[in-house]
Design a protein around this ligand. Sequence first.
Ligand SMILES: [Zn+2]
Length: 244
Amino acid sequence: MFNGNIMASDVLLVKTILVVTSTICSDGYQARTMNQINRRRIDEIEFPRLLGDRLCLDFANSVESPLEEPQEFLTDFEALARWGRHVGLLDDGQVVAGVRAERAQPDLAARLYADALDLRTSIQHAFVAIAEDGEVGDDDLAGIQQAYLQGLQQCQLLLDSGRAQWAWACSGDMSAVEYVLWRVAQSAADLLTDGDLARVKTCGCGWLFYDTSRNGSRRWCSMEGCGTQAKMRRYTAKRRAARA
Ligand SMILES: [Zn+2]
């Protein structure tokens, strides 16, 4: 737990994370270089592509084909830690520390994993409602708020090049995975408070994305995947109609 006194080693950790924050996640969330890789193999886990354009939406998309044949990628605590690395929030050492912490404190890890799935459900419900012109449920809003405020309690306001930023200052065993959840909750809170919500959309496959196209016309999570499939379906239907 962060107790107000940051040790020298913690400051190092904080600085490292600040650098990660400013290079990867300035302006919300930038994972384009990784998005362009079809599927990225990380050890034994193949994670889905990062097409949401916001960290919270990629977290929501950690279930593939949610509407038809859901395939879970956050299968356990270790997968959650590895997903943190997949999106560029953690390095190898932090993943290893997280896995070691899980072995030392399985109950705590199980609770954190359950919290992660609850947060994902809140994010999925909230942004699907927004994309479909529905109303965000109080429970979902409260779930995001709770995760965000919980993480904020572990942060410290630090000056970096003359500007203050919230820096992760927790050094507990589970710190790395807690950090991932906080960043996801922060991304969701930022999108809810600051984002252009008309650009939050759902693809036909059920995935969420933030449309950053100039004219706001993006319809698919990926043009070469869902977009092409939809085109082929339209083409087949047309040919069938012409033959009839
Ligand atoms: Zn799709």
